[in-house]
Design a protein. Sequence first.
Length: 892
Amino acid sequence: MSLEDENHKWVYTYGAGKAEGDRTMRNLLGGKGLGLHDMCSIGVPVPPGFTITTEVCTYYYDHNKQYPKRLQGDIQAGMKHIETIVGKKFGDEADPLLVSVRSGARVSMPGMMDTILNLGLNDKTVVGLHTKTGNERFAYDSYRRFIQMFGDIVMGVPHADFEKVLQGVKDKAGVKQDPELTTEHLKEVITGYKKLITEKKGHEFPQDVQEQLQQAIHAVFGSWNNPRAITYRNINDIPHTWGTAVNIVAMVFGNMGDTSATGVAFTRNPATGEKVFFGEYLVNAQGEDVVAGIRTPQQISNAGKEAQHSDLPSMEESMPQMYKELNEVREKLEKHNRDMQDIEFTIQEGKLYLLQCRNGKRTAKAAVKIAVDLYNEGIIDKDQALCLVDPNAINQLLHRQIDPKAKKTILSRGLNASPGAACGTIVFTAEDAENKAKDGPVILLREETSPDDINGMHVAKGVITARGGMTSHAAVVARGMGAPCITGCGEMVINFEKKTVSFGKTDLKEGDWISMSGDSGEIYLGKVDTIEPQISGDFETIMKWADETRRLHIEANAETPKDAQQARDFGAQGIGLVRTEHMFFDPKRIVSIRKMILADTDEEKKNALAELLPYQTSDFEELFKIMDGFPVTIRLLDPPLHEFLPKTDKDIKELAQEINVTEELIRKRIVTLHELNPMLGNRGCRLCISRPEITEMQGKAIFTAAMNAAKKGVKVYPQIMIPLAVSKKEIQILKDILDKEKAALEKANNVEIPYVFGTMIELPRACLRSAELAEIAHFFSFGTNDLTQTTLGISRDDFSFRDCYKDNGIFDSDPFAVIDEEGVGELIKMSVSRGKSVQKELRTGICGEHGGEPKSIQFADAIGMDYVSCSPFRIPIARLAAAQAAVQNKKK
Ligand code: ADP
Ligand code: MG
Ligand code: MG
């Protein structure tokens, strides 16, 4: 239906067991809206409300900040819907309906956008709320909270100014905690707040409830484009075009006394994945009090209480009936959503309401445990289990851990909020983190973090906070980023002015080294040794299922024995790309290659290459041994020769002395070899053709190595590929050179050396001419880095307008990270099909950076490629992503 259509639906209502929205409507309702509609329709208690769709947000930004015409009427109808179910009227002075106005995008963006509670209160309705509930303190507490939120979020008066007013009243009254304030104090706070707003804004806080509602909705749509939300989307690759929905929800109150409460919980432990009801709540509190760290929250379950070493009574102990009901909701939601849930709830005078549910963010360790457990509990099948683990997140499991054998001095302990180990120097502000991270690893120490710290958290190797629990901002954000995090380290006392910190008896200052383990929650003095991770336990189970499910082969980009071994350990099925030039940069070898470049006569060239031959031969032999039984795909020399020449005067001088030539000669060669656009210059197969002696040497090295390894009983599968080709002629010339070397060796040694010949596809012409290339190439390895550069005409190193292009919605994601399916992808598809039209058995794969990126792997699987090749640490990620691709593509 067109957006201009008369009957276009901008608003969806839910309540009293019926919902207009359903679970297929995530894009329209946003995650929070979807959860509310869905919970309502399966009989979980939620306060009634309605959702203004994300389409309104995108309409607003697309139409010069105008709302759709009929929206007003639809909002009024939505309010009527709530009034009917609740039996109260918005703005009624005797018994007012209050609502919250809540943001909610397609994917959760924790704390990045705004929510306003208790809307509908003014000087008159607050009296009605008091008389109706008989609870004066509650009424005025709600009112002062509302003015504060509205003043901050809608009117733009800084939060800190309100805090000052509040603190002033507290000081005067001589109290420390908010709950100690009497009604009279609260009234004083309200007067102070109102005065503050008038002073700062020149007009009064609005008493008209309709005006409050309009302005609040407007502010929430506006919060989609606040700077921290934009930053968050850029970091997390969330398109700016999605927009947020706005949810209007009837208020329920957790601050009505001791039988009321509010809380947040995970249906399982989000750090470890254990099946423990895990969460925190506060009696007589509202909304964000739990996460804001104002009071120390209590644990929901006894198990959680034990795990967190809490001395306060759990909900299971102090509100057993409520606990029972909540626990039933927990099971219902997990079964219904087939995943671990993150829920927000409020208890109003003994009655439970759910305010939010969504799939919970979790550590990678928790993700694999939950997936395996849910399968074992019969809630999901293997395919679903595989899809519950985010391939990018398992990076965390591949990261270093504190060496259990390392000597360490424990400084302090906090909650193990996000796993992994880190060492770094201490910083105390997000800004300092950003500045200092350029010079080396930093660890960010805060009282607690707020959304403004997001950039600093991103560059820090780890985050430690003094306050907050497992659900605090720091914990949630760090888990999402895969950075280690420790929260609630009460012993840590920071002096922000002096930039010092004390952990009990130990005092440290900015720039001092510490280490941390987000797995144990321990903080150590100085740099502590860390160790490589291992694939075991539930992780191993998931990887086994992934290998049973995936169709794609996973190979590695590796040239050093260390990388090759790592790749094998992580399950690589061969090497898809050996970049031979990487073997030249060793100080001993670079001299030989420089000699070759500087040589004048053929004789000199041959001699220099003869020096390189033994190095290359033994390197290749080593790789064949490590990859025993698997293919090793070697790319002939790729970069332009000037990359090997010295750059500084000092280096030129040294080289001249070392190989006994004049500095002038070197300088002359640098000038001759200089290229205006080296990316498009004499490199790849062009170089191999114009300097055939290099190709001869490499061919000889590869075949000799294969022969030697085979003699020692290794199963060798050498593959040679030609970089940057655009025609059959080019690869034919090089194949002839290689074949000649091979024949000579075979004859001299009376052996047979089989090898597979193929080409890289990195240029649009190669895609166009794929049919002729496939006449002699047995595999196509797509070098998607260069293919992206040459198809888009954008140099990866000069992509300074990347963010600008993302912000303008030109690219949803960076085409150098995620394959550009519409452009580069089309060329690849064409190339594969043209190649296969000539050679049915043509083997195809990706060896660019994209080969380890889940969305690009999905693409490779969808178009029927045979393999992807990526860096060793991405091998497990690629194995899992390939399995998910197989599951997804099977469904299609
Ligand atoms: P966020 O996206 O930041 O979590 P929410 O819209 O979920 O923001 O609101 C934050 C908190 O405010 C909720 O967890 C809940 O405790 C409280 N809240 C929101 N709406 C209501 C409501 N209608 N009644 C009571 N509490 C509410
Ligand atoms: Mg919420
Ligand atoms: Mg290339």
